[in-house]
Design a protein around this ligand. Sequence first.
Ligand code: SF4
Length: 768
Amino acid sequence: MPSAPTLDSLLHSAVTGVGGSERPGQTAMAQAVEAAVESGEHLLVQAGTGTGKSLAYLVPAVRHAFEVGKPAVVATATLALQAQVIDRDMPRLADALTEQLGRRPRYALVKGRRNYLCKNKLSGGYPDDEEEGLLGIGEVDKAAGRLGQEILRLREWGEETESGDRDELVPGVSERAWRQVSVSAQECLGQRCPMVGECFVELARAAAKDVDVVVTNHSFMAIDSFEGRQMLPEHDLLVIDEAHELVDRVTSTITDEITPGMISAAAKRVGRLGDTATLVDAGDFLGQILEGVAEGRLTGLPDNLALALSRVRDAARDVQSQIKPSSPAENDGARQMARAAVDEVFDNAERVLEDRELDVVWVSSDPRRGQVLRVAPMSVAMLLRDKIFGERSVVMTSATLELGGSFDAIAGQLGLRGEGGPRWNGLDVGSPFDYPSQAIAYVAQHLPAPGRDGTSPAALDEIEALVRAAGGRTLGLFSSTRSAKAAAEEMRRRFGADIPVLCQGDDQTATLVRQFAGDARTCLFGTMSLWQGVDVPGSACQLVIIDRIPFPRPDDPLASARSQAIARMGGNGFMAVSATHAALRLAQGAGRLVRRSDDRGVVAFLDSRMITARYAGFLQRSLPPFWPTSDRALVLQALKRLDETAPPVLPVATPALRGVTGARDDARMAPAPEPAATTPKAPAPEPEPEPEPEPVMLEVAPEPASTAPPVEPDAAHAGWSAEDDEELRDAADMGLTAGELADHLDRPQDEVAGRAAQLGLVLEADPA
Ligand code: SF4
């Protein structure tokens, strides 16, 4: 493409077209993406909030696609970002670049099969499904209750939808109803399906071959890579946004589980196709054994559990051979569903029994499903190295990739470090915000270190003082649901009607966030999904309170297994796993405060270890460079002044309907323009006058799928608080022996040594 427009001119058109101004960080990032594509190397690029990073990768991606005639693939972790790219960024970018490129860039969204309506199933191609009869028109009426009504709605929608994409359905339907009209990849009949020619999934994937940018999610991209890149079109540039989430998403994708309920459901699916009596018995036996197994990680499979799993595996193998079709014609929808269900039981039982070196196995209690046996890989680093970073350039980007001031921790988790690792570069393009003058990082050093009994009375007093000074406007980020609820209840009691306090779980999180964003005096307290996904710019959020350093739970099976493995190899398991996890969460949580160039406020840490602990420097270096202090009076004064001079909160848009293309009807009014940029870390500019505030579309990331048992951190491991664990870690680092520590903690030595082993810590040997 000799006369192709340059990257700089395309970026200029794109930025102008979306009504922004050029930003040095954005330009640097776009150039680095292009250089990565040309050199075939990989790139880790940290771009702070306000950089405009999506344009910085979309413009070189489009340019590359035009050059090579193949699409570039963009993978996001959250639906919120996926919607932003497909509904807002790409349409604006395509409009802005059409003239220079000679045609409008094309783009498409590609997702897993379960996200689309299955025409074959809707037409009765899976007659023996669980809810047989509900799909028959004559049998569904209002009396069938909510499920029946939902299926009626789905049938009507199925007649008119052009894409069959579940996200178009507003309001949505229950998972149970959706399963009646969709199939998994394993259940799909593929080329044997009588409706494959008009299948929504097949049409969407065929259309994606003909576009310039394909947008997808981390899990789908990962499965596509692991299975030999069959589902996404051929590409040589992959951009992974929200890259800090990739390891967790991939781990969730390849986490398997087995429950007695799953086995009986598989047997039910088989129905008259085979004899499942032995499988049902084996499932019941497994259920009895699991009842007697305590929650937590299993280091070595107990004999009775191994026996139960062997029975399940063997019975499933027997059913597999019974229901194998004797000819392709015999493999109808019902048989395919049954085979998929039995295959899953067999595969998962077999995987646990194989006792693979890197697999971690644990039991968790689910209030609905009872005891669940789970298995997940301890590390996905080598898998990512082999399958994701193959013969294509991969650009990984996020606002938080550097932890403790370096890319090393994340690069290690991604499989980029060590012998034989692929070539990569790291780049921090900074942030256009002037963090030191926009925000204060306050550590309440006078408070006692957080203990096992939840938020201390002194910490509750501190929350009250801070919130009163801020006039509400507070996002409270807690490390456990129990602490968030207790603090919310106590503050409601203290504030009365003066300052409303919402708590996650009171209503849908998105509704709570809208209430919080719409009223200056309202506060919102909550946990995990608020740490990462809340985007409330303006004066509604001028104080973010973080109750304690968010270390992984001491009994988190994956974290403890990783920590121990690193310790065994001579590394520091605590720093590599727990401190890295905490640093990432803290950076994400603190990042909720400053969303625009004129946002001002305070992040308050109620955990003195942010200053006193030996790892404090590592955590501090992972945060945006806010102005640090532990001066309480100064902070209270600053909050009061900010409250007195605060502009009105930004108007909040109500949720929009989605059109048939998956785009939101109001895509062009979604989030208010990002602020103009300056050189990273340059002295504070006068904030550019911002346009009349547009209604802000608030997005909340879904709660990340938890792979750990649902145990409150403080309830874990009776008798060992997070504080005790901290002392153990400090002791390990200082070279204390188990005996010395036993004296210090007034506990038996073998208990101390056992707990240290659980945490992956190596204590010095006691003198003989
Ligand atoms: S090809 Fe698969 S998903 Fe598509 S209609 Fe047929 S069975 Fe359903």
